[in-house]
Design a binder for this molecule. Structure first.
Ligand SMILES: NC(=O)c1ccc[n+]([C@@H]2O[C@H](COP(=O)([O-])OP(=O)(O)OC[C@H]3O[C@@H](n4cnc5c(N)ncnc54)[C@H](O)[C@@H]3O)[C@@H](O)[C@H]2O)c1
Length: 454
């Protein structure tokens, strides 16, 4: 429920996932929040009550706190009442792999003149050293009275509100102790541990956390690939590994690799940051390469069963980079669809929320309104995103609808036994595959090490 208490006004610069969640959650705690974006249609949407991104619970949270939220195109409005503003602008990759900080520099260029003390709080993910550069820039522009704090954001799309309201930790890096105190105080009502550091360390906590999560994903994916060769089941292996309290169960789910607006660009940015500083970050380079190859293994699995994909109809089930979001940035479905089209396949695609976004990125793909439509007459279906709606895919209706009942489960969402019992030919990741004899393809390459069907 929204707080009864009225707290200090705050500013938020950038109305994307991080900015809108930050604004709505601080409004819920009692802060009037002014949110600024540069996209007129985005601000108009928000003013008229339409939330431009799909994040569970966000529209409701914004509606509930509408009185405390102001949406604007003007940066002057942000600092009219607030003396503390969160910078939540995008920091995508440049061609070199470095983070593109142009939106951050634009914020500095646009800062209005003010004489009073104010604090810029960086929530965007930025390379280590950015805070130092911003500090230098502010001082050079006669804005020494504007403080700078690094407060990286760890929320995950799909569970962003819960992650913001119940964070594992809040990291606050500051040049001046008092500025860090002011930011840490804002999080007091959440009761989370607060780690106080210098600016560079706060910046590195974010990059290192993401890199570690990606390392776990690529690690378990490589274990999965070996499992396929030696006849082990990666789901059982991950369960056994995850029960070790030193390791824990998280991010040990084998699949077709990570995507999204953060991991790919943040891994490249950290790799480049290290390289620019004269260090070759070998482990991270391998993590990135494993992830790239993992997406493509799906195509090999399809070829294994179907032979040439020329003229075959493949249904991609799930397009968003993960469930509960419509974010298509760096989604594995993009690589998969392009690879399949390049192989001459006909690609159909279904997603419960991401089709409008996907249409902007995918040319030559037919979009289906339902799973049944997507798989109708298909030679294979690929589970690309683990949407809840796909959990009961293993059904006679799906089996009947498909020309060939091959399902490549890129997220190990289905129970292999149940899938086979429903008459599907099932291929997971890192799990024993269905017998090729169940569905021979005239032009299929023989398996190098055929194993008995499970
Ligand atoms: N999305 C996530 O899950 C997530 C999680 C943690 C951290 N981050 C980091 O947070 C930052 C923002 O990510 P996002 O996913 O919210 O990005 P986003 O692309 O969804 O939103 C960024 C917004 O900033 C706006 N913008 C650009 N320049 C602006 C300016 N000068 N003034 C005001 N608005 C401006 C854009 O129009 C856009 O609406 C990135 O650095 C990202 O790496 C993202």
């Amino acid at each position: 429920m929204p707080s009864e208490q009225t707290r200090a006004p705050l500013g938020v610069i950038g109305a994307g996932w991080v900015g809108l969640v930050t604004a709505a959650c601080f409004a819920e705690l009692g802060h009037p929040v002014t949110v600024r974006d540069v996209l007129p249609e985005r601000v108009a949407d928000l003013e008229s009550g339409r939330v431009p991104i799909y994040e569970p619970g966000l529209a409701e949270l914004i509606a509930r706190n509408r009185e405390r939220l102001t949406f604007t195109l003007s940066i002057e409005d942000v600092f009219r009442d607030a003396r503390l503003a969160f910078v939540c602008v995008g920091t995508p990759s440049t061609y070199s792999g470095d983070a593109d900080l142009s939106a951050v520099w634009r914020v500095l260029d646009e800062l209005p003149d003010f004489d009073e003390r104010a604090i810029l709080v960086m929530k965007s993910t930025v390379p280590v050293g950015t805070g130092e550069k911003v500090r230098h820039e502010l001082d050079g522009r006669g804005l020494a009275h504007v403080g700078y704090v690094s407060n990286p954001e760890f929320l995950a799309e799909g569970s962003a509100i819960r992650d913001f309201q119940h964070p594992d930790r809040v990291v606050v890096g500051s040049f001046a102790r008092a500025d860090g105190d002011a930011v840490a105080a804002l999080y007091e009502p959440l009761g989370a541990p607060v780690l106080r550091t210098d600016i560079a360390s706060a910046e590195m906590v974010k990059l290192a956390s993401n890199a570690f999560l990606m390392t776990r994903i690529s690690f378990i994916n490589e274990i999965a690939n070996v499992c396929e060769l030696v006849g082990a089941d990666v789901a059982d292996v991950a369960a056994g590994v995850g029960l070790d309290h030193r390791l824990g169960p998280h991010f040990l789910r084998a699949g077709i690799g990570y995507g999204g607006s953060c991991f790919p660009k943040d891994s490249l940015a950290l790799k480049q940051l290290a390289a620019n500083s004269g260090y070759h970050f070998q482990l991270l380079s391998a993590v990135i390469e494993v992830n790239e190859l993992q997406k493509r293994r799906v195509v090999a699995k399809l070829v294994k069963h179907l032979g040439s994909l020329q003229g075959k109809t493949i249904a991609l089930l799930g397009l968003a980079f993960k469930p509960n979001t419509d974010d298509m940035r760096e989604a594995p479905s993009l690589v998969l669809a392009s690879r399949l089209l390049a192989e001459g396949a006909r690609v159909r695609a279904w997603d419960p929320v991401a089709i409008p976004e996907a249409r902007k990125h995918l040319r030559g793909v037919e979009f289906s309104e339902s799973v049944l439509d997507a798989v109708g007459g298909a030679d294979a279906a690929v589970i690309v995103t683990e949407w809840e709606e796909l959990r009961d895919l293993a059904s006679p209706a799906i089996r009947e609808a498909m020309r060939n009942p091959l399902v490549v489960d890129g997220r190990n969402l289905l129970d292999p036994e149940a899938a086979r019992a429903a008459g599907l030919v099932y291929e997971g990741i890192g799990r024993a595959s269905s017998s090729l004899r169940a569905m021979p393809a005239a032009d299929a390459e023989p398996e190098p090490n055929p194993r008995p069907a499970s």
